[in-house]
Design a protein around this ligand. Structure first.
Ligand code: 9MR
Length: 350
């Protein structure tokens, strides 16, 4: 019987169940790595790949030019090595959580293109070479596309145009030729225009010989996500493998909100109807993931957070109680957890 009260560290392991097909992971923070903590027990039981939710972003790694702060990332790397857990590096280039000095030039003028690209290369090569051989995958570029299609008009783009994109991959590849280098984005599943831009951008980069290792699909979903459209868009992106069979997809930030993005509802209670919709959504999703894995397209699925209690979706886009993950409050695994586990085909009893 599936124990409805099982806690994440006693329940069957998602990582073990899916291990032959894909790695299962979660976004964590270094305070979760304390060996005495429940979070750590949950991690060791359930996951075999981890991402730092915030602590490896540029604003935390290089708050001032030339002043690198590696303490937390070092701790994360040591934890991975000690426990045989693979690690993802998130993220090298982003418009968010990046210190403003990157974009500032002399006397209040904006940085020149050369200045910006040189700062970018220094950041990438310093960080990636330090963790060479220790970080399996880098989200080299995060969220560089617009939902409406085309490249995001970020400060990166305004100063350097499209060139910062190939340059970032080249710098990361030089620093660790064995790491998998991804371009990572959200809403690829819900915006055809965005998915099409991803396809044409990666096609162009591959033709130019740029070492793109794959596409990260964040997959911040909701109960209202159209899964037919999701499958169609993901299939388009997966077809990039015809240009390079080594290319992989990773699901990098999975969660399923019970609110529509523009929903102004007060806190929703977890009703049987919501639970049912949640189970259906997760089952269909993981069925699709196993298909993609069996085709050799997808090899990693990472949840964005350890449990409902700590998900960013309790505070975004508004403060409201959310229930987006398979591990609920109090570390209890949900019925949907067992539905998903059953898809792996080799469930052990809790
Ligand atoms: O989960 C992260 C949250 O704690 C931060 O406040 C936020 C800052 O922008 O970033 C969140 O993580 C984001 C990730 O780095 C990139 N994709 C979207 C994630 C959710 O916003």
């Amino acid at each position: 019987m599936n124990d409805p009260n099982a806690l994440a560290w006693d329940a069957p392991s998602l990582a073990e169940a899916f291990g032959a097909r894909f790695r299962v992971g979660a976004a964590v923070n270094t305070w979760n790595l304390d060996p005495e903590s429940p979070a750590c027990a949950a991690i060791l039981r359930q996951f075999h790949i981890l991402t730092l939710e915030n602590e490896s972003k540029p604003i935390n790694l290089q708050p001032e030019e030339g002043h690198f702060v590696f303490e937390k990332f070092d701790r994360f790397a040591a934890f991975g090595q000690a426990n045989g857990i693979a690690l993802r590096g998130h993220t090298l280039v982003w418009h968010g959580q990046v210190p403003m000095w990157f974009f500032e030039g002399e006397n209040g003028a904006p940085a020149t293109k050369d200045q910006l690209l040189s700062r970018m290369r220094t950041h990438i090569s310093t960080v990636v070479s330090r963790y060479r051989g220790k970080i399996a995958t880098w989200d080299v570029l995060n969220e560089v596309l617009r939902d409406e299609g085309g490249l995001r008009e970020s400060r990166w783009y305004k100063i350097a145009g499209r060139d910062y994109i190939p340059e970032a991959f080249l710098a990361a590849h030089e620093a660790d030729p064995d790491a998998r280098l991804l371009i990572n984005d959200y809403n690829l599943e819900s915006s055809e225009a965005k998915a099409d831009t991803m396809v044409s951008l990666v096609e162009g980069l591959l033709r130019e010989g740029i070492p793109v290792g794959g596409v990260g699909l964040q997959m911040h979903l909701s109960l209202y996500t159209d899964l037919e459209l999701l499958k169609k868009n993901v299939r388009k992106i997966a077809a990039l493998r015809k240009l390079d069979s080594a290319l992989r997809l990773e699901v990098t930030e999975l969660d399923v909100s019970c609110y529509r993005f523009d929903d102004t509802a007060e806190d929703l209670d977890w009703t049987p109807a919501l639970e049912e919709a949640f189970r259906t959504k997760y089952t269909e999703l993981f069925r699709f993931y196993t298909e993609l894995a069996d085709e050799g397209t997808l090899d990693t699925v990472v949840f964005w957070g350890l449990s409902d209690a700590v998900s960013w979706l309790n505070g975004f886009p508004r403060r409201h109680k959310n229930y987006p993950l398979l591990i609920g409050r109090g570390w209890r695994v949900k019925p949907a957890f067992y539905d998903v586990l059953a898809l792996a085909g080799n469930t052990e009893e809790a």
